[in-house]
Design a protein around this ligand. Structure first.
Ligand code: ADP
Ligand code: ZN
Length: 209
């Protein structure tokens, strides 16, 4: 299964990708997490990406495509993978096709901006492995600590309300058009995102059949 999870920032892609990844035994690839890791390590890619990400802007398509090309070539992607948060532009989707990365299914998690703006204030992410939590909707077992790796949970820099609004604008201007792109290929399925995490998960699994 080669799956793309589409949706606005905060729609729940990372949360869902984590469970699907465990259930299907395929890796979840988050370009956001890979870039945040690169920023932490001060790599050239990280330095290029940092300012853009802090402003809620997209990182250039060629940088993203390089990351994906390298990542999906690894052995653990042989039986499939989940792309979480990539592609973000039609140019990236076309780039994936050119690279010969063939996608089986694209699931768009649908949700209103107002719900997202509320949600994002409660998001906490693991500073070590990138896992996503919510202070009320999906709290960790122990306050401030990642269930998966014991890392410290932090507020993402781009989760400030102004930055969230900017990211939503970017989503509507640049990413949402991907729905038409994959609809034309017959690969798109829509799932209601404004419901409990388990219900979203169930709907996604049904959309994969
Ligand atoms: P994305 O990867 O799409 O940016 P996340 O998976 O990080 O989104 O989810 C954004 C925030 O919303 C997180 O704090 C997450 O715990 C929370 N969340 C995810 N899915 C739901 C849901 N169905 N209901 C309530 N909160 C959710
Ligand atoms: Zn962790």
């Amino acid at each position: 299964m080669k799956l793309i999870l589409l949706g606005a920032p905060g729609a729940g892609k990372g949360t869902q990708a984590e469970t699907i990844s465990k259930e299907l035994g395929i890796p979840s690839i988050s370009t956001g997490n890979i870039l945040r890791e690169a920023i932490k390590n001060g790599t050239p890619t990280g330095q290029k990406a940092k300012r853009l990400m802090d402003q809620g802007q997209l990182v250039p398509d060629d940088v993203i495509l390089d990351i994906v090309r390298e990542r999906v070539a690894r052995a653990d992607c042989q039986n499939g993978f989940i792309l979480d948060g990539v592609p973000r532009t039609v140019a990236q989707a076309e780039g994936l096709e050119r690279l010969g990365v063939c996608i089986d299914r694209v699931v768009s998690i649908e949700i209103e901006d107002a719900v997202i703006e509320q949600r994002m204030t409660g998001r906490r992410v693991c500073g070590v492995c990138g896992a996503s939590y919510h202070v009320t909707a999906n709290p960790p077992r122990q306050d401030g600590i990642c269930d998966l790796c014991g890392g410290e949970l932090v507020v993402r820099k781009d989760d400030k309300p102004e930055t969230v609004r900017q990211r939503l604008t970017v989503y509507h201007n640049q990413t949402e058009a991907l729905k038409g792109f994959y609809e034309n290929l017959g690969k798109l399925r829509l799932v209601e995102g404004n419901q409990p995490i388990e219900a979203v998960h169930r709907d996604i699994m049904n959309a994969l059949r």
